[in-house]
Design a protein around this ligand. Structure first.
Ligand code: SF4
Length: 373
């Protein structure tokens, strides 16, 4: 079969900065679990237009909440032409009934255990409406992604592990990838890295600091690859584990993305981000930089203890931290998160227009601020 895998982009006008977005790995992973008798084409709409008139036997769309409406548009366009459409990814897994209105079938959960069967069923004309992964895939059974297609930027992505035991209130990760840390065998990850041509590799893992012993073993094997790496990590390890940081630097890690979330410990405690102690932020940033790596801090606004002065206080805090990069977002009650459930119960959700779920809009009533503030 000819299969098109699509990553929708909500804004038809691409900007220069789209080039610097994180590379997407999902479609390459789906291509990696597609049996070789099928021909797979990848289109990431951030970089390329979709040709709706080209012949495909199946279109697979993977989306998050922010690009789900565009995903539905694309699906409707192909289905009008008689091409079956399957959805997967976070949004589809968390809102399968909504997604099904635009799809012939919806993959719920990790696709490794269901996608090959779905393809067989489609060939027999027996496609089912839902394919539900009844368990999490064991890490040694996660095949390498295909890095010979879907390459758009100077940086490619890889995933060494899945799952996150932290369970922040605002994050849907556990609902899809589970709370159990599942590290792929280090040899498998290294072999996959060798198939990547780009000099810089982005880790699409929740965090490389969840299991320091696992990551240290991985770092040791990465040293000889002579590549550069960008990855997510958490304060609890980055502020304390010198051996971890030394190995990271030797392995070629050049940038850490760190979820700082809030400068207020009460907000951190409410959100359940157990990895963060505000008093450790400064040590983490200093240690990372002392080891020759850079830090981009991720901040969110709109927590229940945020008052209108949070913006000025955060700005000053950021300047004092001496970060190399910053990212701001507005707390967003994504479907499936404990945050969404709580705000729903409290009657504070203001919008379910998914096009506004891009972390730049206020979609709930803040507790100690107005929406405008
Ligand atoms: S630590 Fe990161 S991945 Fe894990 S639950 Fe929190 S935000 Fe999600």
């Amino acid at each position: 079969m000819k299969i098109l895998l699509v990553m929708p982009h909500p804004n038809p006008k691409r900007t220069f900065f789209d080039r610097f977005a994180y590379p997407s790995l999902t479609l390459q992973q789906i291509a990696g679990i597609t049996p070789p008798e099928h021909r797979v084409t990848i289109v990431d709409e951030r970089y390329e237009d979709i040709n709706f008139d080209k012949h495909y036997d199946l279109v697979g769309i993977s989306c998050m909440t922010y690009n789900s409406l565009r995903g539905y548009e694309i699906a409707d366009g192909f289905r009008k032409r008689g091409v079956p459409v399957v959805f997967g990814g976070y949004h589809a897994s968390l809102l399968p009934e909504e997604t099904k209105q635009h799809a012939d079938s919806v993959v719920i959960g990790e696709a490794e255990l269901t996608w090959p069967q779905l393809l067989k069923d489609l060939e027999k004309g027996e496609l089912k409406p839902f394919y539900i992964a009844k368990k999490l895939v064991e890490p040694e059974l996660i095949p390498p992604a295909r890095h010979d297609i879907g390459v758009y930027t100077f940086m490619e992505a890889i995933q060494a592990s899945r799952g996150c035991p932290v369970g922040c209130e605002f994050c849907a990760m556990q609902k899809v990838e589970g709370a159990r840390f599942r590290g792929r065998p280090v040899d498998n990850v290294i072999e996959e890295m060798k198939t990547i041509k780009s000099k810089t590799i982005f880790f699409a893992d929740a965090s490389l600091t969840i299991s320091p012993p696992y990551t240290k073993a991985l770092f040791k094997e990465m040293i000889s690859l002579n590549k550069r790496f960008h990855c997510f990590g958490n304060i609890n390890v980055l502020s304390k584990d010198e051996e971890f940081l030394k190995l990271a630097s030797e392995a070629g890690v050049e940038r850490w993305y760190v979820g700082i979330a809030s400068i207020t410990q009460e907000n951190i405690d409410i959100s359940g981000k157990k990895t963060n102690k505000v008093e450790d932020y400064s040590a983490a940033v200093k240690k990372i930089r002392d080891h020759g790596m850079t830090v981009t801090g991720f901040f969110m606004f709109g927590f229940d203890n945020d008052t209108p002065d949070i913006f000025d206080r955060t700005l000053q805090f950021m300047l004092d931290l001496n970060l190399d990069g910053i990212s701001f977002s507005i707390l967003t009650p994504y479907p499936g998160t404990r945050l969404a459930e709580r705000l729903e119960k409290e009657g504070r959700i203001l919008s379910r227009d998914w096009s506004r779920y891009a972390e730049g809009y206020v979609n709930f009533q803040p507790k100690k601020m107005t929406v405008e503030e």
